[in-house]
Design a binder for this molecule. Structure first.
Ligand code: C5P
Length: 420
């Protein structure tokens, strides 16, 4: 069968940055920033600010020597969290104790890391809060060395470095150049922006490298007359979170978005549409270049049978609007020959799993995420039940960005299983 699609052309727009590193991969990540004693500690304030700006949650831990160079109060103000400086601190233990803190981060970055601290790490010491946390944590650890060039080149430091590298610690820098002590050579801490980019790269998983993913997003608006329309309260947050995370995981992402108040994510191509008909036409246009199609949009089920050319005047006490059914976009895609791996959503108010399963089958989907419409609409959090032909898995409750990552991991697994 030859399918002929209308040659509509939709305006394309791109996320603000086409940078190599996607800074948004730091969003919602928990970063434990360790600061040790060195003049470069003054740059840790800027580093904290940049992490927070990139959407990371930051907790700062300082050694006693670090507090000689920069005050905990500065870091507390910038991170928005209490700074930890003591191992045996009854007050801190009553809040987030050190073992709890060791379990908390997605990344531990020590910047600056002094020669002394590297030596303590290499010998597995736990005499201060920062080295104790690193010993007790399973999170990836990165260090940004900063010291005098002779200290850096000293065989003792280089041997410690080899030990730390052998234990899979990441080493960011150091740079070479002019030093605070007047020397020139290797040992300068990398600039905060470089450290941010290296940290972001840790979270670029490559999970979806090279896969072409199309995502429908937001509500659609169905015109009644030139100034009125039928729509719904979908915020688009779930679809945009998926697009952001998919791009960070290496996918080539196209968002086909109804009207929402959200910024196009970095490295995502966005096609703006208004109505369900437009969303379907744009989806069909992309389909040949699509490995995975994810229907997240809250498409209006009905549209007015005809759109009045002029604004409808209010005269009668009541009026009748005849509605006709809109095309089902995700189901249309799922029933095409040679279709992509197709994923749908089901926002329900009751019998969530039953209705979800029914939709999975009726729409011929590979995977479906069912959720509670009342708890999800407009919210930043979500709980989703993933359903496929012979399995289920509950994701969340958590922030939509966190659940989006889990959804993409599952999509990858099911996509591979379907391919096998
Ligand atoms: O039928 P229901 O609207 O509950 O199904 C939800 C799923 O179907 C979502 O994946 C949604 O994006 C998709 N859908 C669609 N086109 C429609 C209605 C729903 O793609 N007209």
């Amino acid at each position: 069968m030859l399918l002929v699609f209308p040659a509509l052309s939709f305006p394309l727009k791109y996320g603000p940055k086409q940078a190599d590193i996607n800074m948004s991969s730091l969003s919602t990540r928990r970063v434990l920033l360790g600061i040790t004693g060195g003049i470069a500690a003054y740059k840790s304030a800027e580093l904290t600010r940049l992490f927070v700006k990139a959407g990371a949650e930051v907790r700062v831990v300082m050694t006693a020597a670090a507090t000689e160079f920069i005050t905990p109060l500065t870091l507390q103000a910038l991170s928005g969290n209490r700074v930890h400086t003591e191992l045996l601190d009854a007050d801190a233990e009553a809040g987030m104790g050190h073992i709890e803190l060791a379990r908390w981060p997605d990344l531990i970055l020590v910047a600056p890391a002094s020669a002394d601290f590297m030596a303590r790490l290499a010998t597995g010491q736990a005499g201060d809060i920062l080295s104790t946390l690193i010993l007790a944590s399973k999170a990836p650890v990165a260090i940004a060395p900063a010291m005098n060039q002779a200290m850096w080149s000293n065989p003792a430091t280089q041997t410690n470095l080899d030990v730390l590298r052998a234990r899979n610690m990441l080493v960011f820098g150091p740079a070479s150049g002019e030093q605070a002590c007047g020397d020139t050579g290797p040992g300068r801490m990398l600039e905060p922006q470089q450290l941010i980019e290296l940290s972001a790269s840790i979270f670029e998983s490559g999970l979806l490298a090279g896969l072409r993913i199309t995502i429908t997003a937001g509500p659609t608006q169905e015109a009644i007359d030139p100034v009125r329309f039928i729509s719904n309260g979908s915020s688009g947050k779930m679809a945009y979170a998926l697009a952001t995370e998919a791009a960070a995981a290496g996918a080539l992402v196209t968002l086909i978005s109804g009207p929402v108040a959200l910024q196009t994510p970095d490295r995502v191509q966005c096609i703006d549409v208004i109505s369900a008909d437009e969303m379907l036409a744009a989806s069909l246009q992309r389909i040949e270049n699509c490995d995975i199609f994810i229907g997240v949009a809250a498409v209006a089920d009905y549209r007015p049978e005809r759109i009045a050319e002029q604004k409808i005047k209010k005269s009668a006490d009541s009026m009748l609007l005849t509605l006709v059914k809109n095309p089902d976009i995700v189901s249309t895609i799922a029933n095409l020959p040679g279709r992509p791996f197709t994923v749908g959503f089901a926002a329900e108010t009751d019998r969530i799993e039953d209705f979800g399963l029914e939709k999975l089958q009726r729409k011929n989907l590979d995977l479906l995420f069912a959720n509670d419409a009342r708890a999800t609409l407009g919210s930043d959090d979500i709980t989703a039940t993933s359903l496929w032909a012979n399995g289920r898995e509950v994701l969340g409750p958590a922030n939509k960005r966190v659940v989006a990552r889990q959804m993409l991991e599952l999509i990858r697994k099911r996509f591979d299983a379907n391919d096998a």
